[in-house]
Design a protein around this ligand. Structure first.
Ligand SMILES: Nc1nc2c(ncn2[C@@H]2O[C@H](COP(=O)(O)OP(=O)(O)OP(=O)(O)O)[C@@H](O)[C@H]2O)c(=O)[nH]1
Ligand SMILES: [Mg+2]
Length: 365
């Protein structure tokens, strides 16, 4: 177990997911609390922060694209996962959908987090078109369940994350690096705040039942860097396709000591004007001369779930209709989380139900 006492934990799930988490850890430096979990032993054997799932079931060779096997492997290891959750109040889960572990184990992890009252944000990539129909189907099969189980979910299509790359290996590498870069910025925003603070509790409240969102970040230099950053966000493909209206915005500005108040104003006004000036808006800054010197990084997170408890989220009207509201008017998630998705039946058991219910175990709470 990690000796780090932060209430925020990064969890990387699956082979690409663990790679992303490790990239974030390297970029953030000392102090990031993280856990890498995979069914493939080669992802991190001997590493203190690595947990191998499904030892007996899968022999450490990965789930081979089998979402259900990965899910069962994670369920077997839930006690070991729990050991890493002590004191955690907000978990940021990073994964790449398309294989077995990134989808299946993520679902079990999210269920566990939810049962323990730990708020979660998921950043999940979806496969490149060139990866073929099987991987796309695998990803699509778990997306809505992930969305139902997490506080906030950001699906990032790899084609949009790193468009225009011919070489497959290079595209994969760049995708992992890009997402790791974005999550690192988010982490800095919370754990190394500047003059305007955006702490973990604020984020927890913000993401509580927030549903699907869009996420993008840009890094800009030069005299017009604030305006250019807004322009690039507005043009970003990652922010372009909405499934529902934006109902809250979180914005982070990371720069060196040269960050001017006018730049902050320009970013805040520009982002609000472009994505919603009538919705709740939170902004935070990080001032880190060494890391950013001359550069301006802007992170934008647009939350889409409706203030009326989910009705504007066309995918599942009413999913959070009766949930209590958070400070931004979004609900806290439904008790029956998978009610509109296909049940995952395995040997006659509905895996979407918690183990203690399926096995009639009385939790003497
Ligand atoms: N194979 C592979 N996939 C990558 C890589 N980088 C990103 N990905 C993406 O990650 C998705 C999931 O692949 P993996 O992470 O290998 O799958 P997994 O979650 O470990 O699942 P199993 O290996 O089936 O247990 C792929 O469909 C790709 O979209 C990479 O270097 N190799
Ligand atoms: Mg794998």
């Amino acid at each position: 177990m990690s000796g780090n006492s932060s209430s925020m934990l990064l969890v990387g799930v699956g082979t690409a997911g663990t790679r992303i988490a490790r990239g974030v850890s390297r970029a953030f430096g000392e102090g990031l609390r993280y856990l890498a979990i995979d069914t493939d032993a080669s992802s991190g054997q001997d590493e203190e922060n690595f947990l191998l799932l499904g030892g007996n079931r899968l022999s450490g060779r990965g789930a081979g694209g089998d979402v259900v096997a990965a899910r069962l492997a994670a369920e077997d290891s839930i006690g070991a996962i729990d050991e890493h959750l002590e004191g955690v109040r907000l978990a940021v889960v990073v994964t790449s959908l398309g294989g077995g572990t990134g989808g299946g184990a993520t679902l079990e992890v999210l269920k566990r987090l939810s049962d323990l009252g730990i708020q979660s944000i998921v950043f999940a990539t979806t496969p490149f078109a060139f990866e073929g129909e099987d991987r796309l189907r695998n990803a699509r099969g778990v997306m809505s369940m992930i969305e139902e189980s997490a506080g906030a979910t950001f699906f990032l299509p790899l084609d949009k994350l790193v468009g225009g790359e011919d070489n497959m290996a290079e595209a994969m590498r760049r995708a992992v690096d890009t997402l790791a870069g974005g999550v690192t910025l988010f982490w800095r925003l919370v754990e190394k705040p500047g003059y305007i603070r955006l702490d973990a509790d604020r984020i927890r409240r913000l993401v509580s039942g927030a549903g699907r969102g869009r996420f993008a970040f840009v890094t800009v230099q030069g005299p017009d860097r604030a305006s250019e950053a807004v322009d690039r966000l507005v043009r970003s493909e990652l922010l372009a396709v909405a499934s529902a209206p934006v109902n809250a915005i979180l914005c982070g500005v990371l720069a060196g000591e040269d960050l001017r108040l006018s730049e902050l104003g320009r970013v805040a006004d520009g982002v609000r004007e472009a994505f919603g000036d009538q919705v709740p808006f939170e902004i935070g800054t990080v001032n880190d001369e060494q890391t950013y010197c001359g550069r301006l990084c802007v992170v934008a997170m647009l939350f889409e779930s409706a203030a009326n408890g989910g009705e504007a989220n066309g995918a599942r009207p009413g999913a959070r209709r009766t949930a209590p509201k958070g400070p931004l008017g979004v609900g806290h998630g439904s008790a029956r989380r998978f009610h509109k998705t296909e049940p995952t039946i395995w040997h006659g058991e509905d895996l979407d139900l918690p183990t203690y219910l399926r096995r009639n175990i009385n939790l003497d709470l």
